[in-house]
Design a protein around this ligand. Structure first.
Ligand SMILES: NC(=O)c1ccc[n+]([C@@H]2O[C@H](COP(=O)([O-])OP(=O)(O)OC[C@H]3O[C@@H](n4cnc5c(N)ncnc54)[C@H](O)[C@@H]3O)[C@@H](O)[C@H]2O)c1
Length: 367
Protein backbone atom coordinates (compact mmCIF):
# COMPACT_ATOMS: atom_id res chain seq x y z
CA UNK A 1 0.00 0.00 0.00
CA UNK A 2 1.39 3.38 -0.99
CA UNK A 3 1.66 6.21 1.53
CA UNK A 4 1.23 9.92 0.91
CA UNK A 5 3.79 12.28 2.42
CA UNK A 6 3.30 15.98 1.66
CA UNK A 7 4.83 17.31 -1.54
CA UNK A 8 6.85 14.16 -2.02
CA UNK A 9 3.52 12.46 -2.78
CA UNK A 10 3.12 8.72 -2.63
CA UNK A 11 6.05 6.67 -1.43
CA UNK A 12 7.58 4.85 -4.39
CA UNK A 13 10.18 3.00 -2.33
CA UNK A 14 8.70 -0.43 -3.05
CA UNK A 15 7.68 0.35 -6.61
CA UNK A 16 8.94 -0.36 -10.12
CA UNK A 17 9.46 2.40 -12.68
CA UNK A 18 9.75 1.64 -16.39
CA UNK A 19 11.63 4.20 -18.50
CA UNK A 20 11.21 3.96 -22.28
CA UNK A 21 14.15 5.50 -24.15
CA UNK A 22 15.90 5.46 -20.80
CA UNK A 23 19.40 4.92 -22.22
CA UNK A 24 19.45 8.36 -23.89
CA UNK A 25 20.51 11.81 -22.70
CA UNK A 26 17.64 12.49 -20.31
CA UNK A 27 17.11 8.83 -19.40
CA UNK A 28 20.70 8.37 -18.25
CA UNK A 29 20.54 11.62 -16.29
CA UNK A 30 17.43 10.56 -14.36
CA UNK A 31 18.54 6.98 -13.77
CA UNK A 32 20.33 7.59 -10.46
CA UNK A 33 17.54 9.80 -9.12
CA UNK A 34 14.95 7.16 -10.00
CA UNK A 35 17.05 4.33 -8.55
CA UNK A 36 17.20 6.28 -5.28
CA UNK A 37 13.40 6.53 -5.19
CA UNK A 38 12.17 3.22 -6.65
CA UNK A 39 12.89 -0.40 -5.80
CA UNK A 40 13.42 -1.28 -9.49
CA UNK A 41 14.28 0.83 -12.53
CA UNK A 42 13.72 -0.92 -15.85
CA UNK A 43 14.82 0.74 -19.08
CA UNK A 44 13.36 -0.26 -22.45
CA UNK A 45 15.55 1.19 -25.22
CA UNK A 46 16.41 0.02 -28.72
CA UNK A 47 19.88 1.64 -28.55
CA UNK A 48 19.13 3.62 -31.69
CA UNK A 49 22.29 3.88 -33.86
CA UNK A 50 21.90 7.68 -34.29
CA UNK A 51 22.51 8.00 -30.52
CA UNK A 52 24.30 4.73 -29.64
CA UNK A 53 26.73 3.94 -32.50
CA UNK A 54 28.28 0.98 -30.69
CA UNK A 55 24.94 -0.29 -29.33
CA UNK A 56 26.52 -0.65 -25.89
CA UNK A 57 25.01 0.14 -22.52
CA UNK A 58 25.91 3.80 -21.77
CA UNK A 59 28.39 4.19 -18.92
CA UNK A 60 26.26 7.08 -17.62
CA UNK A 61 23.25 4.80 -17.01
CA UNK A 62 23.07 4.04 -13.30
CA UNK A 63 24.25 0.46 -12.62
CA UNK A 64 21.04 -0.20 -10.67
CA UNK A 65 18.95 0.30 -13.84
CA UNK A 66 18.05 -2.92 -15.68
CA UNK A 67 18.41 -2.39 -19.43
CA UNK A 68 16.09 -4.30 -21.76
CA UNK A 69 16.93 -3.79 -25.43
CA UNK A 70 13.71 -3.46 -27.40
CA UNK A 71 11.72 -1.20 -29.67
CA UNK A 72 8.63 0.63 -28.38
CA UNK A 73 6.93 0.18 -31.76
CA UNK A 74 7.25 -3.63 -31.53
CA UNK A 75 4.32 -5.38 -29.79
CA UNK A 76 6.48 -8.49 -29.23
CA UNK A 77 8.97 -6.42 -27.22
CA UNK A 78 6.12 -5.19 -25.03
CA UNK A 79 4.72 -8.71 -24.61
CA UNK A 80 8.11 -10.04 -23.51
CA UNK A 81 8.57 -7.23 -20.99
CA UNK A 82 5.06 -6.89 -19.57
CA UNK A 83 4.71 -10.67 -19.38
CA UNK A 84 7.06 -10.49 -16.40
CA UNK A 85 6.92 -6.91 -15.08
CA UNK A 86 3.99 -4.66 -14.20
CA UNK A 87 5.42 -1.17 -13.60
CA UNK A 88 3.84 1.19 -11.05
CA UNK A 89 5.07 4.26 -12.92
CA UNK A 90 6.11 4.68 -16.57
CA UNK A 91 8.35 7.49 -17.80
CA UNK A 92 7.92 7.67 -21.57
CA UNK A 93 11.01 9.20 -23.18
CA UNK A 94 11.56 7.04 -26.29
CA UNK A 95 11.28 9.26 -29.34
CA UNK A 96 12.75 10.43 -32.60
CA UNK A 97 13.84 13.95 -31.69
CA UNK A 98 15.17 15.67 -34.82
CA UNK A 99 13.16 18.85 -35.43
CA UNK A 100 14.70 19.56 -38.84
CA UNK A 101 15.06 15.88 -39.70
CA UNK A 102 11.37 15.27 -39.01
CA UNK A 103 10.29 17.23 -42.11
CA UNK A 104 12.08 14.79 -44.42
CA UNK A 105 11.39 11.72 -42.26
CA UNK A 106 7.85 12.29 -41.11
CA UNK A 107 6.89 8.61 -41.17
CA UNK A 108 9.82 7.59 -38.99
CA UNK A 109 9.02 10.31 -36.46
CA UNK A 110 5.31 9.48 -36.42
CA UNK A 111 6.01 5.76 -36.21
CA UNK A 112 8.15 6.00 -33.09
CA UNK A 113 6.53 8.99 -31.38
CA UNK A 114 2.87 8.35 -32.17
CA UNK A 115 2.59 4.61 -32.85
CA UNK A 116 5.29 3.85 -30.25
CA UNK A 117 3.06 5.60 -27.70
CA UNK A 118 -0.09 3.74 -28.75
CA UNK A 119 1.80 0.42 -28.68
CA UNK A 120 2.78 1.21 -25.08
CA UNK A 121 -0.83 2.01 -24.13
CA UNK A 122 -2.26 -1.05 -25.93
CA UNK A 123 0.31 -3.33 -24.30
CA UNK A 124 -0.45 -2.01 -20.80
CA UNK A 125 -4.13 -2.86 -21.29
CA UNK A 126 -3.43 -6.17 -23.05
CA UNK A 127 -1.36 -7.32 -20.07
CA UNK A 128 -3.70 -5.79 -17.46
CA UNK A 129 -0.63 -3.90 -16.31
CA UNK A 130 -2.03 -0.41 -15.77
CA UNK A 131 0.51 1.73 -13.91
CA UNK A 132 -0.50 4.35 -11.37
CA UNK A 133 1.07 7.13 -13.43
CA UNK A 134 2.63 7.79 -16.84
CA UNK A 135 5.03 10.73 -17.17
CA UNK A 136 5.54 11.98 -20.73
CA UNK A 137 8.40 14.29 -21.71
CA UNK A 138 6.82 16.58 -24.25
CA UNK A 139 8.46 19.57 -25.84
CA UNK A 140 8.22 23.31 -26.29
CA UNK A 141 7.95 22.37 -29.99
CA UNK A 142 4.23 21.79 -29.46
CA UNK A 143 3.77 25.58 -29.11
CA UNK A 144 5.37 26.48 -32.43
CA UNK A 145 5.84 30.26 -32.50
CA UNK A 146 3.74 30.53 -29.33
CA UNK A 147 1.76 33.62 -28.30
CA UNK A 148 2.76 37.23 -29.01
CA UNK A 149 1.47 40.61 -27.83
CA UNK A 150 0.53 43.24 -30.41
CA UNK A 151 2.38 46.40 -29.35
CA UNK A 152 -0.14 48.86 -30.78
CA UNK A 153 -3.23 47.27 -29.21
CA UNK A 154 -1.87 45.17 -26.34
CA UNK A 155 -3.86 42.19 -27.68
CA UNK A 156 -2.43 38.68 -27.43
CA UNK A 157 -2.42 36.58 -30.59
CA UNK A 158 -0.95 33.34 -31.96
CA UNK A 159 0.83 34.31 -35.18
CA UNK A 160 1.16 30.78 -36.56
CA UNK A 161 3.93 29.57 -38.85
CA UNK A 162 6.41 31.93 -40.49
CA UNK A 163 6.33 31.55 -44.28
CA UNK A 164 9.26 30.94 -46.63
CA UNK A 165 8.43 34.26 -48.32
CA UNK A 166 8.85 36.31 -45.14
CA UNK A 167 11.93 34.35 -44.08
CA UNK A 168 13.50 34.81 -47.54
CA UNK A 169 12.97 38.54 -47.05
CA UNK A 170 14.74 38.19 -43.65
CA UNK A 171 11.61 39.34 -41.84
CA UNK A 172 12.39 37.27 -38.79
CA UNK A 173 10.00 38.71 -36.19
CA UNK A 174 6.28 39.35 -36.43
CA UNK A 175 5.76 43.08 -37.02
CA UNK A 176 4.55 45.35 -34.21
CA UNK A 177 4.63 42.47 -31.71
CA UNK A 178 6.64 40.96 -28.89
CA UNK A 179 6.81 37.26 -27.91
CA UNK A 180 5.41 36.00 -24.60
CA UNK A 181 6.65 33.22 -22.32
CA UNK A 182 5.29 29.78 -23.19
CA UNK A 183 2.80 28.52 -20.65
CA UNK A 184 0.35 25.63 -20.79
CA UNK A 185 -2.16 27.94 -19.11
CA UNK A 186 -2.16 30.56 -21.85
CA UNK A 187 -0.30 29.36 -24.96
CA UNK A 188 -2.23 27.26 -27.48
CA UNK A 189 -0.50 24.31 -29.16
CA UNK A 190 0.39 25.22 -32.75
CA UNK A 191 3.41 23.13 -33.83
CA UNK A 192 5.40 24.22 -36.89
CA UNK A 193 7.48 21.04 -37.22
CA UNK A 194 6.50 17.43 -37.80
CA UNK A 195 8.37 16.61 -34.59
CA UNK A 196 6.24 19.12 -32.67
CA UNK A 197 3.09 17.70 -34.23
CA UNK A 198 4.04 14.18 -33.09
CA UNK A 199 4.73 15.44 -29.56
CA UNK A 200 1.29 17.07 -29.21
CA UNK A 201 -0.21 13.87 -30.65
CA UNK A 202 1.56 11.95 -27.87
CA UNK A 203 0.08 14.32 -25.30
CA UNK A 204 -3.47 14.00 -26.65
CA UNK A 205 -3.22 10.21 -26.91
CA UNK A 206 -1.87 9.81 -23.40
CA UNK A 207 -4.36 12.21 -21.88
CA UNK A 208 -7.46 10.71 -23.56
CA UNK A 209 -6.39 7.12 -22.86
CA UNK A 210 -5.16 7.65 -19.28
CA UNK A 211 -8.25 9.49 -18.09
CA UNK A 212 -10.45 6.77 -19.60
CA UNK A 213 -8.67 3.91 -17.84
CA UNK A 214 -7.87 5.63 -14.54
CA UNK A 215 -4.12 6.25 -14.96
CA UNK A 216 -2.59 9.64 -13.96
CA UNK A 217 -1.06 11.36 -16.99
CA UNK A 218 1.71 13.84 -16.19
CA UNK A 219 3.08 15.87 -19.11
CA UNK A 220 6.26 17.93 -18.76
CA UNK A 221 7.04 20.24 -21.69
CA UNK A 222 10.78 20.75 -21.88
CA UNK A 223 12.58 23.71 -23.41
CA UNK A 224 16.10 23.28 -24.93
CA UNK A 225 17.89 20.77 -22.71
CA UNK A 226 21.70 20.78 -22.80
CA UNK A 227 24.66 19.65 -20.78
CA UNK A 228 27.01 16.77 -20.02
CA UNK A 229 25.86 13.50 -21.57
CA UNK A 230 24.28 15.08 -24.64
CA UNK A 231 24.98 13.20 -27.86
CA UNK A 232 28.18 14.37 -29.55
CA UNK A 233 27.46 12.40 -32.72
CA UNK A 234 23.77 13.01 -33.44
CA UNK A 235 23.88 15.77 -36.09
CA UNK A 236 20.18 16.53 -35.72
CA UNK A 237 19.94 17.64 -32.10
CA UNK A 238 21.94 19.56 -29.51
CA UNK A 239 22.82 23.05 -30.70
CA UNK A 240 24.93 23.76 -27.59
CA UNK A 241 27.11 20.69 -28.03
CA UNK A 242 27.54 21.56 -31.73
CA UNK A 243 28.56 25.13 -30.82
CA UNK A 244 31.11 23.76 -28.32
CA UNK A 245 32.59 21.36 -30.87
CA UNK A 246 32.92 24.14 -33.48
CA UNK A 247 34.55 26.54 -31.00
CA UNK A 248 36.84 23.80 -29.68
CA UNK A 249 38.02 23.24 -33.27
CA UNK A 250 38.86 26.97 -33.48
CA UNK A 251 35.97 27.76 -35.85
CA UNK A 252 33.65 30.75 -35.78
CA UNK A 253 30.14 29.62 -34.79
CA UNK A 254 27.57 30.32 -37.56
CA UNK A 255 24.34 31.92 -36.31
CA UNK A 256 21.08 31.39 -38.17
CA UNK A 257 18.70 34.24 -38.99
CA UNK A 258 20.18 37.40 -37.41
CA UNK A 259 21.53 35.69 -34.28
CA UNK A 260 18.69 37.19 -32.20
CA UNK A 261 16.71 33.94 -32.01
CA UNK A 262 15.90 33.48 -28.32
CA UNK A 263 15.97 30.17 -26.47
CA UNK A 264 15.54 28.88 -22.96
CA UNK A 265 18.59 26.66 -22.44
CA UNK A 266 17.95 24.48 -19.40
CA UNK A 267 20.74 22.38 -17.93
CA UNK A 268 20.20 18.61 -17.83
CA UNK A 269 20.70 18.56 -14.03
CA UNK A 270 17.68 20.83 -13.56
CA UNK A 271 15.61 18.81 -16.06
CA UNK A 272 16.53 15.52 -14.38
CA UNK A 273 15.34 16.83 -11.00
CA UNK A 274 12.08 17.99 -12.57
CA UNK A 275 11.39 14.66 -14.32
CA UNK A 276 12.14 12.65 -11.17
CA UNK A 277 9.90 15.03 -9.20
CA UNK A 278 7.14 14.44 -11.75
CA UNK A 279 7.17 10.73 -10.85
CA UNK A 280 6.68 11.65 -7.18
CA UNK A 281 4.51 14.76 -6.92
CA UNK A 282 1.11 14.16 -5.43
CA UNK A 283 -1.69 15.43 -7.66
CA UNK A 284 0.40 17.45 -10.09
CA UNK A 285 -2.88 18.69 -11.61
CA UNK A 286 -4.37 18.27 -15.04
CA UNK A 287 -2.31 20.85 -16.86
CA UNK A 288 1.01 20.21 -18.64
CA UNK A 289 4.06 21.50 -16.75
CA UNK A 290 6.52 23.81 -18.54
CA UNK A 291 10.17 23.20 -17.68
CA UNK A 292 12.86 25.74 -18.47
CA UNK A 293 15.76 27.60 -16.90
CA UNK A 294 13.70 30.61 -15.83
CA UNK A 295 15.83 32.72 -18.22
CA UNK A 296 16.18 33.21 -21.95
CA UNK A 297 19.05 34.34 -24.15
CA UNK A 298 19.75 34.96 -27.81
CA UNK A 299 21.71 32.24 -29.57
CA UNK A 300 24.34 34.93 -30.21
CA UNK A 301 24.82 35.33 -26.45
CA UNK A 302 25.16 31.56 -25.96
CA UNK A 303 27.60 31.31 -28.89
CA UNK A 304 29.68 34.25 -27.61
CA UNK A 305 30.02 32.62 -24.18
CA UNK A 306 31.12 29.36 -25.80
CA UNK A 307 33.54 31.10 -28.17
CA UNK A 308 35.06 33.00 -25.23
CA UNK A 309 35.42 29.75 -23.26
CA UNK A 310 37.47 28.18 -26.08
CA UNK A 311 39.21 31.36 -27.26
CA UNK A 312 37.57 30.83 -30.67
CA UNK A 313 36.88 33.60 -33.23
CA UNK A 314 33.67 35.59 -32.71
CA UNK A 315 30.45 33.96 -33.99
CA UNK A 316 29.09 35.20 -37.33
CA UNK A 317 25.55 35.73 -38.60
CA UNK A 318 24.71 33.75 -41.75
CA UNK A 319 21.16 34.91 -42.49
CA UNK A 320 20.26 31.27 -43.21
CA UNK A 321 17.16 29.77 -41.64
CA UNK A 322 15.81 26.28 -41.04
CA UNK A 323 12.25 25.16 -41.65
CA UNK A 324 10.63 24.07 -38.40
CA UNK A 325 12.68 26.42 -36.19
CA UNK A 326 10.74 29.00 -34.23
CA UNK A 327 11.86 32.54 -33.59
CA UNK A 328 11.69 32.76 -29.80
CA UNK A 329 10.94 30.21 -27.09
CA UNK A 330 11.07 30.32 -23.33
CA UNK A 331 8.98 28.88 -20.53
CA UNK A 332 6.99 30.37 -17.71
CA UNK A 333 8.14 28.01 -14.93
CA UNK A 334 5.81 29.26 -12.19
CA UNK A 335 3.50 26.23 -12.49
CA UNK A 336 6.46 23.84 -12.38
CA UNK A 337 7.78 25.49 -9.21
CA UNK A 338 4.43 25.05 -7.46
CA UNK A 339 3.47 21.62 -8.84
CA UNK A 340 6.86 19.94 -8.46
CA UNK A 341 8.37 21.96 -5.61
CA UNK A 342 11.24 22.53 -8.01
CA UNK A 343 13.39 25.49 -8.98
CA UNK A 344 15.97 25.66 -11.78
CA UNK A 345 19.39 26.16 -10.23
CA UNK A 346 21.79 26.75 -13.13
CA UNK A 347 22.37 29.83 -15.23
CA UNK A 348 23.78 29.74 -18.75
CA UNK A 349 27.40 30.59 -17.96
CA UNK A 350 27.74 27.83 -15.36
CA UNK A 351 25.89 25.37 -17.60
CA UNK A 352 28.19 26.07 -20.54
CA UNK A 353 31.18 25.64 -18.28
CA UNK A 354 29.92 22.22 -17.19
CA UNK A 355 29.12 21.16 -20.76
CA UNK A 356 32.51 22.30 -22.09
CA UNK A 357 34.38 20.64 -19.21
CA UNK A 358 32.57 17.38 -19.97
CA UNK A 359 33.20 17.64 -23.73
CA UNK A 360 36.90 18.33 -23.12
CA UNK A 361 37.10 15.09 -21.11
CA UNK A 362 35.58 12.97 -23.93
CA UNK A 363 38.00 11.16 -26.23
CA UNK A 364 38.07 11.87 -29.97
CA UNK A 365 35.45 14.64 -30.12
CA UNK A 366 35.08 15.97 -33.65
CA UNK A 367 32.68 18.30 -35.43
N1 LIG B 1 16.74 16.96 -25.21
C1 LIG B 1 15.87 17.95 -25.36
O1 LIG B 1 16.24 19.12 -25.55
C2 LIG B 1 14.39 17.66 -25.28
C3 LIG B 1 13.52 18.76 -25.31
C4 LIG B 1 12.15 18.51 -25.27
C5 LIG B 1 11.68 17.22 -25.18
N2 LIG B 1 12.55 16.18 -25.17
C6 LIG B 1 11.99 14.82 -25.13
O2 LIG B 1 12.64 14.07 -24.13
C7 LIG B 1 12.71 12.69 -24.52
C8 LIG B 1 14.13 12.18 -24.41
O3 LIG B 1 14.98 13.00 -25.17
P1 LIG B 1 16.56 12.85 -25.13
O4 LIG B 1 17.12 14.22 -25.32
O5 LIG B 1 16.98 12.04 -23.97
O6 LIG B 1 16.79 12.04 -26.47
P2 LIG B 1 17.88 10.91 -26.82
O7 LIG B 1 17.85 10.79 -28.31
O8 LIG B 1 19.18 11.19 -26.16
O9 LIG B 1 17.27 9.61 -26.16
C9 LIG B 1 16.19 8.93 -26.70
C10 LIG B 1 16.38 7.46 -26.40
O10 LIG B 1 15.27 6.77 -26.98
C11 LIG B 1 15.77 5.60 -27.61
N3 LIG B 1 14.85 5.25 -28.69
C12 LIG B 1 14.66 5.89 -29.87
N4 LIG B 1 13.75 5.24 -30.60
C13 LIG B 1 13.35 4.17 -29.87
C14 LIG B 1 12.44 3.10 -30.09
N5 LIG B 1 11.77 3.00 -31.25
N6 LIG B 1 12.28 2.17 -29.12
C15 LIG B 1 12.97 2.25 -27.94
N7 LIG B 1 13.86 3.23 -27.70
C16 LIG B 1 14.04 4.18 -28.64
C17 LIG B 1 17.16 5.97 -28.12
O11 LIG B 1 17.99 4.82 -28.30
C18 LIG B 1 17.66 6.88 -27.01
O12 LIG B 1 18.37 6.14 -26.03
C19 LIG B 1 12.12 12.64 -25.93
O13 LIG B 1 10.78 12.21 -25.83
C20 LIG B 1 12.17 14.06 -26.42
O14 LIG B 1 11.13 14.33 -27.34
C21 LIG B 1 13.90 16.37 -25.22
Amino acid sequence: MSERSGHEGVSTAGETVLVTGGAGFIGSAISAGLADKFARVIVLDNLHPQIHPTAERPASLDPRAELVVGDVTDPAAWDALLGTVHPDVVVHLAAETGTGQSLAEATRHASVNVVGTTQLLDALLRHEALPRRIVLTSSRAIYGEGAWRQLSTGATFHPGQRTSETLDRHEWDFPDAEPLAMSAASTSPAPVSVYGATKIAQEYLLSAWARSVGVEPVVVRLQNVYGPGQSLINPYTGIMSLFCRLAKAGRSIPLYEDGAVRRDFVLIDDVARAVVAATQAFEPGGSAIDIGSGEHQTIATAAELIAAHYGAPAPHVTGQYRQGDVRHAWADVSHAKAALDWTPQFGLAEGIDRLATWIDAQPGVTI
